[in-house]
Ligand binder design. Structure first.
Ligand SMILES: Nc1ncnc2c1ncn2[C@@H]1O[C@H](COP(=O)(O)OP(=O)(O)OP(=O)(O)O)[C@@H](O)[C@H]1O
Ligand SMILES: [Mg+2]
Length: 256
């Protein structure tokens, strides 16, 4: 069904929100594929309540050095599930996806060594995977993007339906939300929203909302600063909080 990219400034709360939205979607009966497209941070699997990370999809095409060749027209390059024109969730080999009650997690690839070269191949793989990913009516893909906006330059968003810009109360985060909104619109995405995160008071949330709306950015919802979310991040465990359930519900109402 829908492919949703969760973007924003470093530390704004993208991964925590991906986990909360995945749980909320699951409660509505959707099957969720979370795509970890962040090549640096290791811990999304923990926020989702998994005890191990899936093997990186990068390995399925033979590693970073092989990505561009894999998606070239070279007929001699060994075919893999990732180079199929359409990839169903069920096609992803065991080990490369971890699953629990209707939530699956795949990981594009992680930076492992110093001097291993730039991360462009991972961006290319994210783009090709999302383009080929074919979802059933009851499936949603949630993409945890790396911080910032470089992924727009790599075309990762070219086949997503919605972009969510997670915005925390800081000037830089607001500025980045505006940039994300512009870049997503340029790619042709119509469903572009900001989510306010970590506002410590109603007054700050209102101020943030006013500033975003003043920039022409629609705000789909707001999650306040919630100690339970912070604690889960601190301890590296599953994020869940009854206190924000209603806020997640209203974000999903707007999104779906
Ligand atoms: N609503 C919230 N209330 C309290 N703490 C929060 C909230 N959202 C996120 N946090 C905390 O903020 C920090 C950053 O969150 P998270 O890792 O989800 O951000 P991120 O945008 O994915 O970061 P990165 O750019 O490094 O991937 C963590 O300590 C997390 O627990
Ligand atoms: Mg993150």
């Amino acid at each position: 069904m829908k492919k949703i990219a969760v973007c924003g400034k470093g530390g704004s709360g993208k991964s925590s929100l991906v986990a909360l939205l995945a749980n909320g979607l699951r409660e509505r009966g959707y099957r969720v594929l979370v795509v970890d497209s962040d090549e640096s941070n290791p811990g999304l699997y923990r926020l989702l309540g998994f005890d191990k990370r899936p093997e990186p999809l990068l390995e399925l095409v033979g590693g970073k050095k092989k990505v561009f060749e894999a998606f070239s027209e070279n007929p001699d390059f060994p075919r893999s599930v990732l180079t199929q024109e359409e990839i169903q969730v069920a096609d992803i080999p065991g080990g490369y996806i971890v699953e629990r009650d209707g939530i699956g997690l795949v990981c594009i690839g992680k930076i492992l060594q110093s001097l291993e070269g730039c991360a462009c191949p991972m961006g290319a793989l994210s783009r090709e995977f999302l383009k080929r990913l074919s979802l059933q009516e009851d499936e949603v893909a949630l993409v945890d993007m790396e911080a910032g906006i470089e992924h727009f330059g790599r075309g990762v968003e070219t086949s997503v339906d919605s972009v969510l810009a997670v915005t925390e109360p800081s000037f830089d985060s607001l500025e980045l939300a505006e940039k994300i909104s512009t870049l997503a619109t340029e790619v042709g995405i119509e469903s572009v929203w900001a989510i306010l995160n970590k506002a410590t008071s109603e007054e700050i949330a209102l101020r943030l909302r006013g500033e975003l709306e003043g920039k022409g950015i629609a705000v789909i919802g707001s999650i306040g600063y919630e100690p339970e979310i912070f604690q889960a991040g601190l301890e590296g465990r599953a994020v869940c909080s009854d206190k924000v359930e209603g806020d997640i519900e209203s974000i999903l109402d707007g999104l779906l």
